[in-house]
Design a protein around this ligand. Sequence first.
Ligand code: C5P
Length: 222
Amino acid sequence: MTAINIAIDGPAAAGKSTIAKRVATTLNMIYVDTGAMYRAITYFYLNNQHTFSDFDTMIGQIDLKLIYDEQKGQRVILNEADVTDYLRSNEVTEQVSYVASQDAVRTYLVKVQQQLATDKGIVMDGRDIGTTVLPDAEVKVYMIASVEERAQRRLKDNIERGIPSTLAQLKKDIAERDAYDMNRDISPLIKAHDALEIDTTGMTIEAVTERIIHLAREAQSK
Ligand code: C5P
């Protein structure tokens, strides 16, 4: 069996992480949520932005690691502290695309992400995985869904997490974040030329998961 990496990209709240986690569990691979890494740096930025004048200096103060907890899954360790539980707040969500558009931030995180995937066996989701982080990934998927459906899904997640939000606000936030991510200068959100596009609008989680597992098994058997 060939060892493979799987890259899953797409706009905000398209269901990437739910699907990627299931694919990773079924195939006994490791799931890497790169959005959480950008969120962790944004969390640091929000708490420390007055202490440095540029992003290069800020990145010099950051040491970011991922660890895996049997029960809780991926945990993000920022300068020795587990910050995972702070990363989905509205404050972080509002600023993350701005922080993620900075060259120093992307250069640092792409390197960390590429190191994680050198030995293969990784399912990584984000915005630039198939284009920039893992251009040689054996399976590449670009997942999309209507803004309406994505906002509905995010509202459900937020209610479960106790994060205050409304459908109208989520639709606006999702559309704005997509526009920012698609129009930035460095590694904008775009479908890799060799990625399979899956429109998950109206599809069940099981059906999307099955589709990707099928692709992965084909790649593993090559
Ligand atoms: O996936 P999630 O919604 O948590 O990502 C948060 C933000 O992080 C995205 O809107 C985007 O600005 C940034 N991001 C990125 N590249 C990635 C993953 C996330 O620019 N690979």
